[in-house]
Design a protein around this ligand. Structure first.
Ligand code: URA
Length: 306
């Protein structure tokens, strides 16, 4: 058994045990993942892989029913082994678009991301994969860093304190969360072994492993503008850059799409000064102008000194 295989197997077992100890009875496992795990040293015969349509739930589910495979007739092959019969399901949500082909491609991408185990340590520690949320035909897309504890629990980006502030800023522009698409550089919560709380930024390896999912999301959505929230999002999309303080407020390009770097809303929670709020608001005004959104005089004056 190769080290990689053993590591993946250990991570999977650890993940399932962790979920079980938290009372979870169902997990999502992609057919291709199961097939890969079923390869040598144990050859699983007569396995059945089936996607099961279920009503939406926040918890992925998989039922594992042990069965005995049918022994081959008069052969010298090894004795039959107990083979798991696995029924796989992924939480179903309806992804709609003016283009059915786009919706289908996005749905397939989501299913691949939701069953990803490319970072075994994150697959073992996560509660959910936080794929992204919103309108896949949106003109505006937000990219953050990585899910925090709240997002990991629920499976939706930016729903904790920073997310609530982002939602408020969005409402100030006249948009709602349903008008835009929100995703992160990393789709799993960065683990913090040995710590019961706290966050850490994604490592360069984690970012490199996960970024293809985000790139596919962007290529499918084709927004007119992207807002990168904070240094990790800016670095993750643009590579090593001047730093968020110098870059914010200045249009960049990413995959042919104008990208506005701005501060992460968590920064505004830490620094409540009017001047920092105004900087972020000015970045949003530039985005509104780019999208040719109406801007009232009142909106133009938000967070200016009286
Ligand atoms: N911070 C982020 O960058 N992303 C989230 O989804 C939540 C908090």
């Amino acid at each position: 058994m190769s080290d990689d295989y053993r590591q993946l197997l250990d991570a999977t077992i650890q993940h399932l045990e962790g979920l079980k100890s938290r009372g979870v009875r169902h997990v999502a496992v992609a057919p291709e993942t199961l097939r890969a795990l079923a390869l040598p040293p144990v050859r699983i015969q007569n396995s059945e892989f089936r996607i099961q349509n279920e009503k939406f739930s926040t918890a992925p589910s998989v039922k594992i029913e042990p069965t005995i495979s049918v022994p081959p007739k008069k052969t010298t092959a090894p004795a039959p082994v107990a083979a798991p019969k696995v029924v796989v399901s992924i939480p179903q949500i309806e992804i709609t678009s003016s283009s059915p082909a786009k919706a289908a491609a996005f749905t397939a991408l989501r299913e691949r991301a939701l069953t990803c185990v490319k970072c075994p340590h994150l697959a073992a520690s996560r509660t959910t994969v936080v794929f992204g949320v919103g309108n896949i035909d949106a003109q505006l897309m937000f990219v953050g860093e990585a899910p925090g504890a709240d997002e990991d629990e629920i499976g939706e980006p930016f729903i904790g304190r920073a997310g609530q502030l982002l939602t408020k800023i969005l409402l100030a522009t006249g948009l709602t969360r349903a008008d835009v698409y929100i995703a992160n550089i990393l789709k799993c919560r960065p683990d913090t072994p040995g710590q019961s709380a706290g966050n850490r930024p994604p490592t360069p390896e984690e970012r490199a492993t996960c970024i293809p999912y985000l790139q596919e999301q962007i290529d499918l959505i084709k927004p007119k503008a992207i807002v990168a929230l904070g240094a990790t999002a800016v670095d993750g999309l643009l590579g090593k850059t001047l730093g968020i303080t110098k870059l914010r407020g200045n249009w960049q390009m990413y995959r042919g799409i104008p990208l506005m770097p701005t501060y992460h809303p968590a920064y505004l929670l830490r620094n409540q000064s009017l001047s920092e709020k105004r900087k972020v608001w000015e970045d949003f005004l530039k985005v509104m102008e780019k999208l040719e959104m109406p801007i009232s005089a009142k909106q133009r004056n938000f967070f200016l000194q009286a």
